[in-house]
Ligand binder design. Structure first.
Ligand code: SAM
Length: 284
């Protein structure tokens, strides 16, 4: 499968490895996403397929908590970086391979959980997103858990407002297109890489609908960053950090507020119930 060359060259710069750790400090997106993963994933040592896992951003932390993690990503540099990260920390080791969410190499019913933290926003066509969701469903055990991240439809509008970009003739049309149909395109990826790359931005309701259409049950959508994300300077202060995270957690499923987050995480289950564990036996 071929990914959009704009997406490939965006990530080819290698910036994704440090994106969630500006100045070496874990960002609000990372802290909250990891908190939601820890809460919503089945208990370790569950098998987690991290599709679109990039340089292993969540794979390492999850492996260190006892999960058996395999990263799949179509960007060669990300797979190399993920393998380096996995090799550097034997206590948090995981595996990584090139691949595409639309055609997974894993056998049916082989995973306890699948993360789609990337594919649902980089696959801009609804049919491709349904293929990725169908593949996630295929590889999950009955009762297995899907956790899928989306970029929120309103992220560019809010970014533009708080960063004072809305008068920028390079950014305003991006905002208008995002609001109209969620199709995010950056016409100047070299000059303005901060305007991101080719993507589709979901409304919270649209995300839940797509996942339901793919045959998952119990779909719940969480706002990741919450209402405190514009307090960028305050994030350096531990007292304010605690408040920002508290606020995000407090309204994470409040439908009138989750669209204020940049990112959404949907949790859902493959229908059916997992086979009971044989006491004392470790599954692989
Ligand atoms: C912003 S990065 C996210 C990395 C990491 N999962 C995280 O949430 O921080 C998006 C990832 O999605 C991957 N991606 C894009 N298209 C994909 C596809 N069709 N299948 C699987 N992964 C894809 C990219 O290569 C990139 O690593």
């Amino acid at each position: 499968m071929v990914i959009d060359p704009a997406i490939e060259s965006h990530y080819g710069t290698g910036y994704e490895r440090s994106r969630l750790f500006p100045g070496g400090r874990p960002s609000l997106e990372f802290v909250r996403s990891l908190e939601l993963l820890e809460r919503l994933l089945p208990a370790p040592p569950a098998r987690v397929l991290d599709v679109g896992g990039g340089p292993g951003t969540y794979a390492g932390p999850l492996a260190s908590r006892g999960y058996r993690v395999h990263v799949v990503d179509p960007v060669r540099l990300h797979v190399e970086q993920a393998r380096q990260g996995a090799g550097a920390s034997p206590a948090a080791s995981f595996t990584a391979a090139l691949g595409d969410a639309r055609e997974l190499a894993e056998p049916a019913a082989s995973q306890d959980a699948v993360l789609l933290f990337g594919p649902l926003y980089h696959l801009t066509g609804a049919a491709d997103r349904q293929r990725a969701l169908a593949e996630a469903r295929r590889v999950l055990v009955p009762g297995g858990r899907l956790l899928a991240m989306a970029v929120c439809r309103f992220a560019s509008l809010l970014d533009g407002l708080y960063r004072d970009w809305l008068d920028d003739p390079g950014f305003r049309p991006i905002v208008e297109q995002d609001l109209a149909d969620g199709q995010h395109r950056n016409p100047d990826p070299v000059g303005r890489p901060e305007f991101f790359t080719t993507a589709y931005f979901h409304t919270p309701g649209g995300l839940a609908r797509e996942i339901g259409q793919a045959g998952f049950t119990g779909v719940a959508v969480y706002g990741v960053e919450g209402p405190g994300w514009p307090l960028v300077q305050e994030w350096a202060d531990s007292r304010r950090r605690e408040q920002i995270v508290f606020a995000a957690r407090a309204v994470e499923t409040e439908t009138s507020l989750i669209g204020f987050s940049h990112h959404l995480i949907a949790a859902a289950a493959k229908p059916g119930s997992a086979a009971p564990e044989v006491p004392g036996e470790q599954r692989r």
